[in-house]
Ligand binder design. Structure first.
Ligand SMILES: [Fe+2]
Ligand SMILES: [Fe+2]
Length: 266
């Protein structure tokens, strides 16, 4: 079983498709999740299941890989107990989770924006320019930069999970570039496609960070690293002198304009 712990989960699922069904029972969606290139041992660590559940999961997987054999499962040493219910984040991690809220409110509005796409009028074009500005200035320069330049530096840059996060950020930037070009050409179809693709990408990305990556990072940072992180976030925000107010107002206006019920979830 030890050998399988160091194998990529995709490879294991390819060889033993039933493993994916077992993981699904524990809400570990490795099939559709693009982080599915992790090794089996990372999955056990990253998802932080309660110990009894982890043992049960590993026994079920062993049952598929070694049917009819009695396989010894080593118990993973946990740094902290598994989170039961809502996750309690450290202050710097909570800040990143809070910053996601405005991005989530924007991407929740995107289908409405696409339905009402108006590239003929100045107001219609300005709406798209403002949305792109929110992505570039708030989501990317203000938020993703804190992740890439500060938080991720505390972890193994070559790890697969971080590579996937960097790749998501890069793909998001490519969508924005394509949006700007489509807007210049007044190409509605391409603009709509990239807006919706960005929404899809960021929804999954934020969910991975909030539910898997950040809780795992918090469990692996020491108390002094958490303090250092908090100070570095403050320092960088102060240096940039950036205020999210303008973007908050933009979102509030759009939510009122389109559908006050729909804006705040998703
Ligand atoms: Fe991110
Ligand atoms: Fe993020």
């Amino acid at each position: 079983m030890e050998a399988f712990l160091n194998k990529g989960i995709k490879e294991i699922i390819d060889q033993y498709p039933d493993v994916e069904k077992i993981l699904d029972q524990y809400d570990i969606g490795c099939g559709p999740c693009s982080v599915g290139i992790c090794q089996l041992k990372d999955i056990v660590d990253i998802h932080n299941l309660p110990e009894a559940q982890e043992q049960e999961l590993m026994q079920k997987i062993a049952g598929i890989i070694y049917p009819g054999q009695d396989v010894k499962i080593r118990s993973a040493k946990k740094k902290t107990p598994a989170a039961g219910g809502g996750t309690k984040f450290s202050p710097p991690m909570q800040r990143l989770v809070d910053e996601h809220v405005l991005i989530k409110r924007w991407i929740a509005l995107i289908p409405r924006v696409v339905d009402h796409l108006d590239l003929e009028s100045d107001d219609g074009r300005q709406l798209i320019l403002d949305g792109i500005d929110l992505i570039r200035s708030y989501a990317d320069r203000y938020h993703h930069a804190k992740e890439e330049d500060i938080l991720f530096e505390y972890f193994d840059q070559d790890s697969e999970i971080l590579q996937v996060m960097y790749q998501d950020h890069t793909t998001g930037r490519d969508h924005v570039k394509a949006m700007v070009e489509a807007l210049d050409r007044q190409d509605r179809q391409t603009l709509a496609e990239h807006l919706l693709a960005y929404r899809e990408l960021l929804s999954g990305h934020i969910q991975k960070e909030d539910e898997i990556l950040f809780p795992w990072m918090d469990r692996n940072l020491s108390t002094s690293q958490v303090g250092e992180l908090f100070a570095k976030f403050n320092e960088v925000d102060k240096k940039r002198g950036f205020s999210p107010d303008k973007y908050l107002k933009f979102i509030e206006k759009l939510e009122k304009q389109f559908n006050p019920q729909e804006g705040k979830d998703g």
